[in-house]
Design a protein around this ligand. Structure first.
Ligand code: SAH
Length: 456
């Protein structure tokens, strides 16, 4: 027999929000039954309509707030379109930092059963606005006009924007300029249904340290109408421009970039620096989007690794080798592993660019390559991991436990899988010494952490 729930669908009820979920929704409890409501903030009392009831939790819609949190920010409707991708737009920045730190602490105790770990106060940004060095905006049409901005949450409806509060001004300007020129030249926007039209996305990347700008035009068709005029106008109007790239994506897909990339103007790559390390960034390369906080995060990883110059280091999930090259400045030798072969090509090119000869890169799955290295007698003194959201593969964690590096530095973008993996490493003989949350993505729910573990 099923237990009767304290609320039913379509009920209007008064609640008090106590907490926030990992995706930023308010949590209220009705006789112990959790109700998740987008927009609710801890401490607020509100009227909510129940829109869904599941076995272990329900979902509400915010109807009216009776008492507002001091951390609430009300964005005027006229400014709304500037907040695409900002799930925490309704929370003041100091409140966001409290939320993120809590997310980390809760995951460590609830999932990791780590009661006495030192969690440092989160490192936030002094100016948490206009930080992103990259934007890729979908393009559509409304009333014969080109529109571009972001998709409304859980929909494919485009919100037209002239500015984003989280993108660097140079990135905003590039997107707007290209949008205006395309509109003037009447280049047709892509239409998802019926899979017709031309212009799908406009992308801009900016090297904050070098001042170099790249524009990528993503189309369904191999040809762009008025291509020469388009290139001429863009290059004339954006003084920091170093590269215009054309990418063709002819598929019916949500994936932004397609199979074919050609340079229309300027160079194939732009450059940027993180600290003293130089990186070449192509249209398709992965590169951290918040240059200021990336430096903060990598400095912390370097501090935790505490290298003397004698160590052999493995950087698992190395991407284009950003952390590897950072560590190589202080290590005897660094071995980077990454599953995407193109990223490994970038990593090797970046090592060369910096004249670093003490790094080697291998393409493959970390959980396959590192056990193989270990069997061949190659162990590391320090192991750094920076896995995707799903965390480390268990085979890799088992190899770490066997290999017994003195230190493990775990860089994580998901506190839940981090906590799960820390528990496995703790049970395998490691001690979690300290956890440093870093806010890499202000106004979004994402939390990054850098963690130091030592062999017990
Ligand atoms: N350390 C890099 C990138 C981290 S993102 C940086 O700071 O820039 C995580 C990376 O893990 C991605 O590049 C992804 O392609 C890679 N990856 C995902 N699964 C992997 C696996 N099983 N083995 C190795 N790399 C993997």
């Amino acid at each position: 027999m099923s237990r009767t729930l304290p609320v039913s669908k379509n009920d209007y009820i008064d609640v008090v929000f106590e907490d926030l979920t990992h995706d930023g929704a308010g949590v209220a409890k009705v006789d112990g039954y959790p109700l998740f409501t987008v927009g609710g903030l801890p401490g607020e009392t509100a009227k909510v309509k129940v829109i869904k009831t599941g076995k272990s939790y329900g979902v509400g819609r915010l109807i009216e707030i009776y008492e507002k949190s001091p951390y609430r920010v009300d964005i005027p409707i006229s400014e709304r379109h500037k907040y695409g991708g900002c799930q925490l737009e309704h929370i003041r920045y100091d409140g966001q930092l409290i939320y993120k730190e809590n997310q980390v602490r809760q995951a460590l105790t609830r999932i990791g059963k780590l009661e006495d770990v030192v969690v440092h106060p989160i490192l936030g940004m002094d100016h948490p606005w206009h930080y992103r060095n990259k934007a890729q905006v979908p393009v559509g049409e409304r009333d014969g006009q080109l529109i571009a901005g972001f998709f409304k949450p859980r929909s494919h409806e485009i919100v037209d924007t002239d500015e984003s509060v989280i993108q660097l001004p140079e990135v905003n300007e590039a997107i707007q300029t290209v949008k205006e020129i395309c509109s003037k030249l009447a280049i047709p926007a892509y239409q998802e249904e019926p899979h017709k039209g031309v212009l799908r996305h406009i992308m801009a990347r900016y090297g904050k340290q070098t001042g170099e700008l790249m524009v990528v035009i993503i189309t369904r068709t191999a040809d762009i109408p008025h291509k020469n005029k388009l290139v001429e106008e863009i290059s004339k109007r954006l003084p920091k421009l170093k590269s215009i790239v054309h990418n063709v994506n002819s598929k019916r897909t949500n994936v932004i970039l397609g199979e074919k990339t050609t340079v229309l103007w300027g160079s194939e790559v732009i450059y940027d620096y993180i600290g003293d390390v130089k990186f070449a960034i192509s249209a398709l390369s992965f590169y951290q989007v918040n240059p200021v906080q990336t430096k903060v995060l990598y400095d912390k990883a370097l501090e935790y690794a505490n290298l003397s110059g004698e160590e052999s280091v493995i950087d698992a999930y190395c991407g284009i080798g950003t952390i590897s090259l950072f560590l190589a400045q202080k290590a005897k030798k660094v071995f980077g592993v990454e599953v995407v072969p193109e990223a490994i090509e970038d990593a090797r090119r970046n090592a060369e660019l910096n004249g670093m000869t003490n790094v080697e890169f291998a393409a493959g799955e970390a959980e396959v390559v590192i056990p193989k290295w270990y069997k061949e007698g190659n162990a590391a003194d320090v192991l750094v991991v920076d896995p995707p959201r799903k965390g480390c593969d268990e085979a890799l964690l088992r190899t770490i436990i066997e290999m017994k590096p003195k230190k493990v530095v775990y860089v994580s973008c998901n506190p839940a899988t981090l906590a799960r993996d820390l528990r496995i490493l703790e049970d395998g003989g490691y001690k979690t010494v300290e956890v440093q949350p870093v806010d890499m993505f202000p106004h979004t729910t994402h939390v990054e952490c850098c963690v130091l573990l030592v062999k017990k």
